[in-house]
Design a binder for this molecule. Structure first.
Ligand SMILES: Cc1cc2nc3c(=O)[nH]c(=O)nc-3n(C[C@H](O)[C@H](O)[C@H](O)COP(=O)(O)OP(=O)(O)OC[C@H]3O[C@@H](n4cnc5c(N)ncnc54)[C@H](O)[C@@H]3O)c2cc1C
Length: 397
């Protein structure tokens, strides 16, 4: 079988002790059922993926920068980047608990109290608790400050009523990082509060929505007189907007840091598999310029990530600059997915196994890429942020 996985090629992609450690562990532990570059009759089950992710953490490949007292490895963003380059190069599924590890965890560390930190954080890394993010609502996506889900203080705790939508992974989650409103809707950014809501609470209904790629991880979540203990409030009431903005800037800037290397591995896979067959090679040659442009864009995205990491290590805030990698990554990857899809769609019937695997992978990437310019803030919203907050442009009269 033609494969271009670095795991077969036999070398870590980057120098650095942590990269070598990550590479070795992935080589030994990423089994065939978990690989995304093979079309398998029986890919890994949710339970297998959860076990793999927990093992990944024990091997030092998750919670890399988190303090040791909360189950982390106490290292720097440099080691995090080294490991993520290798994770991106390996053909492996996206993490089940990336919302827990990459969004909820950092916020709990920033605004949570000691009990919340010592309870929630180790349970995220061990995969005992999978988290989802309950921000978007019908009518409050890009305009998040328009959200209506209401939190009222009662003698028993907070009573929550409302509806969330596009809540990724809600049906598999045990906790929801929920943004709700304590004040009037007209107050916009004021009177918002963040909770760590147990998904087993009475009054919560989760409905899965099937997406175009057949996945059922999207959900609607309904809150009907759900009582949430005061102890589950993350930070102060009324400081929810500041905490939510922090979540969004992480989501755009450093979440899934491996994306550029994953993109590169998909591009390498496309080229190597096409080379395994004369007809496929001839089809691919017709897209030489486009593929060269993709290669350039991969390098630019890597550059964005490396610069952000350097800046964060130097103590700088990222703020609105997170919109650049979000915009660039999602737009470039969507273009690549379109080109790859066009190429594999033209393969003749009876293609070899390497081409069948490639076709299955690229079709999946094409379908899921349609959402990349929407989640974590749409392209239009990123352009708006860059125009207003970086270029200081005024609205046209
Ligand atoms: C795959 C996927 C996973 C997601 N996972 C989650 C999750 O786990 N948790 C969660 O809370 N949310 C999640 N979301 C929701 C996501 O954050 C929202 O879809 C997104 O913020 C856009 O909001 P909306 O869908 O309400 O679109 P709208 O805000 O209604 O936007 C519709 C269109 O209008 C444009 N538009 C809106 N306002 C402006 C403006 N001021 N200027 C210019 N153009 C504008 C938008 O760019 C867009 O093109 C997910 C979405 C997707 C696709």
């Amino acid at each position: 079988m033609t494969s271009v996985s670095p795991l077969e090629a036999g070398t870590p992609g980057q120098t650095g002790a942590y990269a070598a450690q990550a590479y070795q562990w992935l080589k030994q532990n990423l089994n065939d059922r978990l690989r995304t570059d093979r079309c398998l009759d029986q890919p890994a089950s949710l339970e297998e993926k959860i076990r793999f992710e927990a093992a990944q953490h024990r091997a030092g490949l998750a919670g890399i920068t988190w303090p040791k007292e909360y189950g982390g490895h106490g290292l720097t963003l440099r080691e995090h980047l080294e490991a993520n380059r290798e994770i991106g190069r390996a053909p492996m599924p996206n993490a089940i608990n990336s919302i827990g590890k990459e969004l909820a965890g950092p916020i709990i560390m920033a605004v949570g109290n000691e009990r919340q930190k010592s309870t929630y954080l180790p349970a995220i890394l061990s995969m005992e608790n999978i988290w989802c993010q309950g921000f978007s609502e019908p009518g409050a996506g890009s305009d998040l400050a328009a959200l209506r889900t209401k939190a009222e203080r009662t003698a028993d705790g907070w009573r929550i009523n409302g509806q969330k939508i596009w809540t990724s992974g809600a049906s598999k989650s045990s906790r929801c990082m929920l943004l709700a409103r304590t004040g009037a809707r007209e107050d916009r950014h004021k009177g918002l509060v963040l909770f760590a809501v147990p998904m087993s609470s009475p009054g919560i209904t989760v409905r899965e929505i099937q997406s175009i790629d057949g996945d059922r991880s999207f959900c609607e979540v309904f809150f009907n007189d759900v009582i949430v203990d005061e102890a589950e409030m993350l930070g102060a009431p009324d400081e929810g907007w500041a905490a939510a903005s922090r979540v969004l800037s992480i989501e755009r800037a450093t979440n899934r840091m491996y994306r550029a290397w994953r993109f590169e591995s998909e591009l390498d896979h496309l080229i190597a598999a096409c080379r395994s067959d004369n007809a496929a090679f001839a089809i691919m040659k017709g897209y030489r310029r486009e593929l060269a442009q993709c290669r350039v864009e991969v390098e630019l995205i890597k550059g964005h990530v490396e610069t952000l990491v350097d800046d964060l290590l130097a103590g700088q805030q990222i703020g609105p600059r997170g919109s650049f990698p979000k915009l660039y990554w999602s737009e470039s990857h969507q273009r690549f997915a379109q080109i790859a899809y066009e190429i594999v769609s033209r393969f003749p019937p009876g293609a070899n196994q390497a081409l069948k695997d490639l076709r299955a992978r690229m079709e999946g990437i094409y379908l899921s890429s349609r959402a990349e310019t929407i989640y974590a803030g749409t392209t239009e919203i990123q352009l708006d942020i860059i125009a207003k907050r970086i270029l200081n442009l005024k609205k046209a009269a």
